[in-house]
Design a protein around this ligand. Structure first.
Ligand SMILES: [Zn+2]
Length: 177
C-alpha cells in the first residue's frame, strides 16, 4: 500500500465510522440539540430579566445614560442569542413535525377574523381587560394600541391557546380545527 492509498483507506474508514455513529445517535442527537436550545433560551430569558431590572434601577436612581450603556449592549446581545436559538428550535421542531415553508405560509394566511371578532379593522384585545376595541388588525396581523401586544396570526394562536410554534402552524394550516 502506498502512502496515498493508505490515506484514502484511512479517510474512508473514518467516513464510514462517522456515518455509523450518526445513524446510531440520530434522534438522540436531535433531542440533545433541542434540550440544549431550551437551556440557552431559559438562561437567556433569566439574564434578560436581570439586565432589564438593572436598567430600570439605573433610571430610577437617575444615573447618567453612560452608566447603563453597557447594560443596553448586553440586552441587545441577549436578544440576538434568544432570537437565534428560538429560530433554530422552531426549524428543528418543524422538521420533526413535518411542517415546512408551505405549511407556515398557509398558516400565516389563515384569516385572523376567524379567531377574533373584527369590526372596522379593530378587535377586543384578548391580552388585557379591553372594553373598547383597542387591537388594530392589518395584513392578517394584530397590534394592541393599549397594551402593545403585537404579532402574526400564528403568534396570536400560540398565545391564546398556549401552543408551540409548530402546534400553531399545524392547527392553522389544517384549517384551524
Ligand atoms: Zn391589549
Amino acid at each position: 500500500m502506498t502512502t496515498n492509498e493508505h490515506d484514502t483507506w484511512r479517510r474512508e474508514r473514518f467516513n464510514q465510522g462517522l456515518a455509523a455513529l450518526k445513524s446510531e445517535i440520530g434522534d438522540e442527537g436531535f433531542t440533545c440539540r433541542l434540550r440544549y436550545l431550551e437551556a440557552i433560551i431559559a438562561s437567556g430569558e433569566s439574564d434578560r430579566v436581570v439586565a432589564e431590572d438593572e436598567y430600570c434601577t439605573s433610571i430610577k436612581n437617575g444615573e447618567a445614560y453612560m452608566e447603563r450603556y453597557g447594560i443596553s449592549v448586553l440586552l441587545k446581545r441577549i436578544e440576538n442569542v434568544l432570537k437565534k436559538a428560538r429560530g433554530e428550535m422552531n426549524a428543528l421542531q418543524g422538521r420533526q413535525a413535518g411542517i415546512n415553508e408551505d405549511t407556515i405560509r398557509a398558516a400565516a394566511e389563515y384569516p385572523i377574523e376567524n379567531l377574533v371578532e373584527v369590526k372596522n379593522k379593530r378587535a377586543l384585545c384578548p391580552f388585557h381587560d379591553d372594553h373598547k376595541p383597542s387591537m388594530g388588525i392589518k395584513n392578517n396581523r394584530y397590534k394592541c394600541f393599549s397594551c402593545g401586544a403585537s404579532g402574526s396570526v400564528i403568534d396570536l394562536v400560540q398565545k391564546i391557546k398556549g401552543m408551540l410554534f409548530v402546534e400553531a402552524v399545524k392547527f392553522l394550516s389544517g384549517g384551524g380545527a
